[in-house]
Structures are given as structure tokens and as C-alpha cells.
Write a protein that binds this ligand. Structure first.
Ligand SMILES: Cc1ncc(COP(=O)(O)O)c(C=O)c1O
Length: 412
């Protein structure tokens, strides 16, 4: 058996050794409850505040805007549901407010928004630019969809299934003109540690915004993340309405005894992942180009969905290379790839458990047959060009076996 080559970092990453060490301290000698008044408690509280400062520093925001959560899913729920509820329009007899979400959002955003329709909110989905293979958002149409009663706009920064990098700045400018009081939520889970996330530069100071983050995508532990409120959001005095109630921790916006080991691990992971964003992005781009080149050499029948471009019109995030493969459905490809030690995924890992086709792939204009034949390769900063070349080389015989097979029979 070949040594496995792990190209599924958008699903999760290996916990870094320094992160494990930080967590072990909190599991061992630093076991105190941060709410306790004795030194074990105050030390734990101080270490949490240190981690909060690290998360804030990574995004250039203030510490009081960092709300630790159980991960990206909860951060998205808290932002979408909590912010919409806190900005709910109070006119009796009128709808609670209008919400716009991106067309390829993670289920944690889509389902959160859908749940709000039961409370009288109206939810509309933005559109991709029709006929644009780069998968960009139709900003002009989004601007037209914005209304006076729009309370929330939610768009991911990097798509998890095929890595489109959305133009948050243009969307924020459109909001400035059309819906300046609305809150902009950005699911930045797949962007963190791959490209710089600077809310002040991305969104500007005029629009209140928030960012969902998850530790396990950046060599941190699973089950911890954060919702980061921008300085503009804090200045506007906005806080999401709590979704759980408890004993006052985190200003009672997200109470519950803090996950100290997870939070300390996250703090260490985010400091490592964001220490030199320019260099990290450049490294990922170089390796990504190597993967695209190796695929075109060994599996020329595979088509990269959002290819890298060296110009400003590029919409590809550096670390995700999704390809449309010929013949057999992605599940069959994955089994064959697994057998030769190449670990990837079909679309997104979260989608893999669901039978339905990915709305994000369909939004990109793929037919249902094509949407069943997408493989996602995702990199981390320590993936090498050699790993990518070897993975593509191992794919060649798999392609020879599978390319002539047909995908799922029906278009149902
Ligand atoms: C874009 C995006 N948002 C949110 C999440 C959920 O994050 P978590 O796994 O921490 O709940 C994921 C996880 O894959 C994701 O890719």
C-alpha cells in the first residue's frame, strides 16, 4: 500500500503539535473553571482572554467582539439567527425583515436562514453570474434584491465545495448604497489561514459585519470556533440575540463554561495560521498550480472547475481544486483513489452524508449528472508540489479504469 496522500484539508486538518501542547496544559495542570475566583480559575480565565486576543489580532478586531462557539456551524447559526432576531423590525403587522443569503452557502447558513421564515422573515437567495464559469456572484442583481427592510446579508468568503473566492468588498459597497443598516455576515471558515481576512479592508468601516471561524480547518481541534464581530458592529452596539441561556459567560451572549482546552488550542492554531498571510497564500498558490499541472498531465480528461488565474479576475481560492471527472460517479472514484492512497472528497464532506445533490454545484451550472462526478482536492500550507504530482500520477490508472463507465443513470 502506498503512503496515503491527504488532500482533504477542507474537511479537516491534523492538529499541530504546538496546539496539542497548549491543550494538554488546559487538560492537566490548568484544569480550573474560568469562572472560579481562586488562582486555578483566574489563570484559566486569563488564558482564555489571551486566546481571545489572538483571534482578534488575526482579524484586526477588538477582543470584545470574539465569541467562542462550538465551531463554524454554531458561529453561523448565532450570526444568522441571532443577528436577524436582534435586528427584527418591530412594526406590528409587517414582516420581521428581509434576509439575503449566497447561492452556495454551507448548510449551517442555509438552514439557519430557512428556520427564520417560521418567524416571519423573508429569505431570498442571491444568484451567481449566469454563464460565468468562474462562479462569481451577480452583484448587480444582489444590489437590486436589497431592500429598505433588509436586515441581514450572508455570503461566504470561500466556497467549501469548489473554492470560489467571493467579492465581499463589492457586496459591502452595494450594501452601503442600498441597505446600509443591514448586517453583513461572512462565513470565513474556509478562508481562515489561507488568505488574509481583514474586515476593515474587506467590508470597510460603514457596514456592521461578522465572521464565522472554525479551528479544525487550521490545524486546531474540532468542536471549537468563533463568531467575530467587526469593530463597526461593536460601535453600532449590535450583539446577536443569544441562542442558549446560562450563567453569564461571554457577556451572556454565548454562555456556558468555556471549552478551555479547545479555546487554547484554537488560539495557538490561529496565531500560527495567520502569522504571515502573504507567504502562506503564495505557498498555497504555487502548490495549487503544481496540482493543476500534474492533473492535466496525468488525467487530462478531468476538468478543473475554477482554474487558477494569475490576474485580478481570478475567483479561485488558493487551496481548493475541484475537478469534474469523466465516467463513474465521485463515490466510485473515491474508493479507487483510496485504494491507491489518495484521500480526497466528493464536493464537501458535510454534503457527503446527504443523498441530495449539492445546490452549490448546481448553482455553478453543472447538470445533475456532472454534479455527481466532482472530486475536491484541498491543500494545507504543508502540502508539497511533490505530494500533488504523486497524487495525480496515482490517479492515472484509476482514470483509465473508470473513464469509460457511466455515472448515475437518471437525472432525478
Ligand atoms: C464553509 C463552511 N462553513 C461552516 C462549516 C462548519 O464548521 P464546523 O465543522 O466547525 O461546524 C464548514 C465545515 O466544513 C464549512 O466548510
Amino acid at each position: 500500500m502506498n503512503d496515503p496522500i491527504y488532500l482533504d484539508h477542507a474537511a479537516t486538518t491534523r492538529v499541530a503539535d504546538d496546539v496539542t501542547q497548549a491543550m494538554l496544559r488546559a487538560l492537566g495542570p490548568g484544569f480550573g473553571n474560568p469562572s472560579s475566583r481562586h488562582p486555578l480559575g483566574t489563570d484559566a480565565a486569563a488564558s482564555i482572554e489571551e486566546a481571545r486576543r489572538k483571534v482578534a489580532a488575526a482579524l484586526g478586531t477588538r477582543s470584545e467582539g470574539v465569541l467562542f462557539t462550538s465551531g463554524g456551524t454554531e458561529a453561523n447559526n448565532l450570526a444568522v439567527i441571532g443577528m436577524a432576531q436582534s435586528l427584527r423590525l418591530a412594526k406590528p403587522g409587517s414582516p420581521s425583515g428581509h434576509i439575503l443569503i449566497g447561492p452556495t452557502e454551507h448548510p449551517s447558513v442555509r438552514a439557519s436562514a430557512a428556520s427564520l421564515t417560521e418567524e416571519g422573515f423573508e429569505v431570498e437567495v442571491m444568484e451567481l453570474e449566469s454563464g460565468d464559469p468562474r462562479g462569481s456572484l451577480n452583484i448587480q442583481r444582489a444590489a437590486e434584491q436589497m431592500r429598505e427592510d433588509t436586515v441581514l446579508v450572508s455570503l461566504m468568503l470561500v466556497n467549501n465545495e469548489y473554492g470560489t473566492l467571493y467579492d465581499i468588498s463589492r457586496l459591502a459597497r452595494a450594501m452601503g448604497a442600498r441597505a446600509p443598516k443591514a448586517h453583513l455576515h461572512v462565513d470565513a471558515v474556509q478562508a481562515l489561514g489561507k488568505i488574509e481576512i481583514d474586515p476593515a479592508a474587506l467590508v470597510g468601516g460603514g457596514i456592521s459585519s461578522s465572521f464565522a471561524l472554525s479551528a479544525h480547518k487550521i490545524h486546531g481541534p474540532k468542536g471549537v470556533g468563533a463568531l467575530v464581530l467587526s469593530n463597526a458592529c461593536l460601535d453600532a452596539g449590535r450583539m446577536p440575540r443569544p441562542m442558549i441561556y446560562g450563567g453569564g459567560q461571554q457577556g451572556d451572549v454565548r454562555p456556558g463554561t468555556e471549552n478551555v482546552p479547545g479555546i487554547l488550542g484554537f488560539g495557538t492554531a490561529i496565531a500560527m495560521a495567520t502569522s504571515d498571510p502573504g507567504a502562506t497564500t503564495a505557498k498555497l498558490v504555487a502548490v495549487r498550480k503544481a496540482l493543476e499541472a500534474a492533473l492535466s498531465e496525468h488525467v487530462p480528461s478531468a476538468r478543473v472547475l475554477i482554474p487558477w488565474r494569475d490576474d485580478a479576475a481570478s475567483t479561485a481560492a488558493p487551496q481548493v481544486v475541484s475537478v469534474l471527472v469523466p465516467g463513474a460517479p465521485s463515490e466510485v472514484w473515491l474508493h479507487h483513489l483510496e485504494a491507491v492512497g489518495v484521500y480526497a472528497s466528493a464536493g464537501s464532506a458535510c454534503q457527503a452524508k446527504k443523498q441530495d445533490l449539492s445546490p452549490a454545484l448546481l448553482a455553478l451550472g453543472l447538470t445533475s449528472d456532472e454534479a455527481r462526478r466532482v472530486l475536491r482536492f484541498s491543500l494545507c500550507p504543508s502540502t508539497t508540489s511533490g505530494d500533488c504530482y504523486e497524487a495525480a500520477r496515482r490517479m492515472r490508472p484509476v482514470a483509465d479504469t473508470l473513464a469509460h463507465l457511466t455515472s448515475a443513470p437518471s437525472e432525478a
